[in-house]
Design a protein around this ligand. Structure first.
Ligand code: GRF
Length: 201
């Protein structure tokens, strides 16, 4: 059975990308990482991916007139590499409804909160400010609504009274690295034996 071809989309540090890439080395992981793509040319994660021997591509969004134009180019790059599944890993760009429809069910994201709480940015600061006693992270299928869509996995961590945004983020990040590879693998398996994007069949 052919493995799914996975693209990981990043914008920065890339620690979740590394967690996925390490997990993908296991023989029973259901996907090969065919591409690590960043919308920022200077993303640290691109260098890390190249050092790990992965194919990388910078597609700076600034070169495009609007979101639709960027997403059209993004889709073309993914299709040129016969990508089946997309993992967003710190990809700080909202995708257009047209792009999401084209890849329906095949885009997975990790978000640093216990969705549906704290969609959007600054999740840890908001959880601390609200006096929450726990925080966490969520792996979900991407739909047209931001930080929404079927939940594949969640992990919870306690919030300590002296937590700062940074200490809480570090505690949550360790859980992100743990749950993302497993949840993504399970989702890819659930797509069935032929994972190709409908447009590419
Ligand atoms: C992670 O906290 C992820 O949940 C969020 O952005 C951060 C990316 O970190 N979407 P990294 O680039 O994977 O290290």
């Amino acid at each position: 059975m052919p493995e799914a071809r996975l693209a990981i989309l990043i914008s920065g540090r890339g620690s979740n990308m590394v967690a996925l890439a390490n997990a993908a080395r296991a023989p029973d992981f259901p996907a090969d990482i065919a591409l690590v793509l960043s919308n920022k040319a200077d993303a640290q994660g691109l260098e890390t991916a190249a050092a790990m021997g992965l194919e990388t591509l910078a597609l700076p969004h600034r070169g495009f007139a609007n979101r639709e134009a960027f997403d059209t180019a993004l889709s073309a790059e993914l299709k040129a590499r016969h990508i089946d599944v997309i993992a967003l890993a710190g990809f700080m760009r909202i995708l257009t409804p047209g792009f999401i429809r084209q890849w329906e069910g095949r885009i997975v994201n990790i978000h640093p909160s216990l969705l549906p709480k704290y969609q959007g940015l600054d999740t840890h600061a908001r959880a601390i400010a609200a006096g929450d006693r726990e925080a966490g992270c969520t792996v979900h299928v991407v739909t047209e609504r931001l930080d929404d869509g079927p939940v594949l996995a969640q992990a919870r961590v306690p919030i300590a009274p002296d937590d700062t945004e940074a200490t809480l983020a570090a505690r949550v990040l360790a859980q992100e690295h743990r749950i993302y590879p497993a949840a993504l693998a399970a989702h890819i398996r659930s797509l069935g034996p032929k994972q190709a994007c409908p447009d590419q069949r």
